[in-house]
Design a protein around this ligand. Structure first.
Ligand SMILES: [Fe+2]
Ligand SMILES: [Fe+2]
Length: 380
């Protein structure tokens, strides 16, 4: 008598992807360099086999044509991950695990976001090993990626490795009727040559926010001219979203929560009727409105900064004081729902708290409508 045949166990593409990805992620922390490269190649294979769109950052940035689904009038969502501050995996795997958690969060979004914004400070000390590791982990994102540069990525080799991996840090693109601009807003005046600092000393100086030696961040004349020329090609009516690592306003200079030429940059942006700036660097819930410009800070995956002792923007819904015994508290990732007018509802996906949504209507009513629930514990 024939024995009933056992049904072959068919794994879904998703399950296979997650298994392969998990084994890659599990291995990352302990591998030597040769083995790591082997695993990295395998990950690239997984992505190719799945037909996933690789992150934009591994090819030169192109200006996209209007989205095929119809351009204007459509809202859409993008996710964000920011400020992972990766050390080499032999030194610290906590921040590596945090970035992997964010990649998991974003990959689990259903529907998938149109793209993922990486907000800068991928590395802690600008080392090639740190940036390679970050690029490797970010390759596991299912959605395409857009990336901006942070000061921690840049000042060891003045952006050489970062540009190798991700292309130029200044670019624009159009998506569903919105014009996006990405700039390098962590340009510093040369404080190192006269002091005869080594590249490593320069990097360590920039990495310490409040040492008083480095110069304040700026966008600089060259990029301001580029921005002006870029916007001249766009109608003032086109909603415009700017990706900038530093906030593009003057918040608190002693910590370099500050963009020195913010006034000049805002004067250029003013031409656009709807301007939203999304920034990293401040590692906290931060919301500001200056005239018609809306400014939105992103969470870090690595650590939350306390609020600056003065000058906190009025529109900010403050985050509760993070629990010092939980290394993930006050950290997280998030997403932005972009309305057809370019204004956004932003979601702070805090890992140890309920998510907090700051709605467009809260911003347009200057806080009168849709005010999110205030935190129940004191902020810093
Ligand atoms: Fe940062
Ligand atoms: Fe930063």
């Amino acid at each position: 008598m024939d024995r009933p045949k056992k049904m072959p166990h068919v794994k879904s593409v998703e399950t296979k992807y997650m298994e392969e990805r998990d084994s890659l992620m599990r291995g990352l922390a302990q591998l030597d360099r040769r083995a790591f490269m082997k695993v990295s190649a395998a990950a690239a294979g997984i992505i190719a086999a799945k037909g996933l769109v690789p992150p934009h950052s591994f090819t030169p940035v192109k200006v996209e044509a209007q989205d095929a689904r119809g351009g204007k009038g459509e809202s859409f969502r993008f996710a964000y991950i920011s400020d992972s501050h990766l050390y080499d995996r032999t030194l610290n795997d906590r921040f590596i695990n945090a970035l992997m958690r964010a990649v998991d969060d974003v990959n689990a979004m259903d529907p998938q976001p149109d793209f993922v914004l990486y907000g800068g400070d991928l590395a802690q000390l600008g080392a090639a090993t740190e940036l390679d590791l970050g690029a490797q982990i970010l390759k596991n994102l299912k959605a395409p990626m857009r990336i901006m540069v942070g000061e921690h990525d840049w000042y060891l080799d003045m952006g050489e490795k970062w540009r190798d991996l991700f292309g130029e840090p200044t670019y624009s693109f159009d998506h569903k009727g919105v014009h996006f601009v990405t700039i390098n807003s962590v340009v510093e005046k040369d404080f190192w040559t006269a002091r005869k600092l080594t590249p490593k000393e320069r990097m360590l100086t920039v990495a310490g926010l409040d040492n008083g030696v480095q110069s304040p961040f700026s966008v600089g004349e060259e990029q301001r001219a580029w921005l002006k020329a870029d916007l001249a090609k766009v109608s003032p009516k086109t909603p415009t979203i700017v990706f900038s690592h530093s906030p593009l306003y003057k918040l608190y200079k002693p910590w370099n929560f500050w963009t020195d030429d913010a006034d000049e940059v805002q004067a250029i942006l003013k031409r656009q009727q709807s301007v939203t700036v999304i920034h990293g660097h401040t590692h906290q819930l931060l919301t500001n409105r200056i005239g018609n410009m809306h400014f939105h800070g992103m969470l870090s995956t690595a650590w939350p900064w306390p609020y600056a002792p003065e000058g906190l923007p009025e529109m900010t819904i403050q985050m509760a004081r993070p629990d010092p015994f939980n290394p993930n508290d006050g950290c997280g990732d998030g997403s932005m729902l972009v309305h057809p007018d370019g204004l956004i509802d932003k979601v702070y996906n805090l890992w140890n708290r309920n998510p907090i949504t700051i709605k467009k209507t809260y911003m347009t009513s200057r806080g009168a409508k849709d005010k999110p629930q205030a935190p129940t514990r004191a902020s810093y």
